[in-house]
Design a protein around this ligand. Sequence first.
Ligand SMILES: NC(=O)NCCC(=O)O
Length: 389
Amino acid sequence: MENETVSLESIINNNLNGRDLEEFNRIYYGRTDNHEVKLKESSIAAAKEADFEIASYAFPAKKEQTRPPRIVKVGVIQHSIAAPTDRPVNEQKKAIFEKVKKIIDVAGQEGVNIICFQELWNMPFAFCTREKQPWCEFAESAEDGPTTRFLSELAAKYAMVFVSSILERDENHSDILWNTAVIISDTGSVIGKHRKNHIPRVGDFNESNYYMEGNTGHPVFATRYGKIAVNICFGRHHVLNWMMFGQNGAEIVFNPSATIAAEAGSEYMWNIEARNAAITNCYYTAAINRVGYEEFPNEFTSADGKPAHKDLGLFYGSSYFTGPDGVRCPGLSRTRDGLLIAVMDLNKNRQIKDRRCYYMTQRLDMYVSSLSKVLELDYKPQVVHENEK
Ligand SMILES: NC(=O)NCCC(=O)O
């Protein structure tokens, strides 16, 4: 990965300075102050030792007279796989657990309250291959599979909530597979789960060969630290998916993703979508992507004229947070494992709602009526032509 661009931030910081840099940050990111939060020396040393990036930013809110601040430390972890994809399934999983545990331990030292990982963090993103073996064997029970058990212990140790995106095997319903985010509470028990609503059918993202569109709606999980929801990867292109989590009261919506620089993943859209969702829905968002190349043993094609290949291309990381006002922090790198921490005041959500009135002005009634007409079989699009009476 030597020739890869390290990050958008590195391009900006290497080429702008002084007033130009300030103006770029103000106009593009909405940042007038970097709000960088100092990390413990021991965390910086541990990150260096384990070779991952670490950074922390504050998202402060105004002081209120009637409510105390609601400060929550939220972490996102992006990482590459830790063993070649031709190694035995349990060996690959174990190697990822060992690598990620080091990052979780640092988050624990930093007092992080909630952590979300990238999409299907405990396995290679093998769905491009369309092969069923051995990839289906990575699937586990959401309630008591090895990944949930691994995280439950750490959750109880650090009083941390985890959002863990896994390939779920539902043994109670004929063994079928789902792309599922498991929410583990700060006591280590499973609060609930959410299944990916929108399954891609683009490029090498052949996920529909493995699992169907989710059947869990738009749940919001009331955790000790705030109300959270999960919009899994491809759902970030669907504005109504984001919207429903807001309607159900989410304060932070995570977008665990597995996406690549090529058209199918659209890197130029990455920085916009979760940020726009934060703006229109007045909640915090966290977008988390995988990192690195994942090469598979056999070549595959996806009927798009491209020569057979063995990997999806670079998963470009670049995980970032946005506040409900649309202000975002610098992202993690495109190439390295990393832990990004946001120190959020959740009071900001209501402050922005009161100020901008997007919920009050949203006209849901009008859209419900229009959309119900769109769904009718004999629907005629509302297009007005010149000279039409
Ligand atoms: N994992 C996933 O849904 N990726 C689809 C490609 C994208 O839109 O990012």
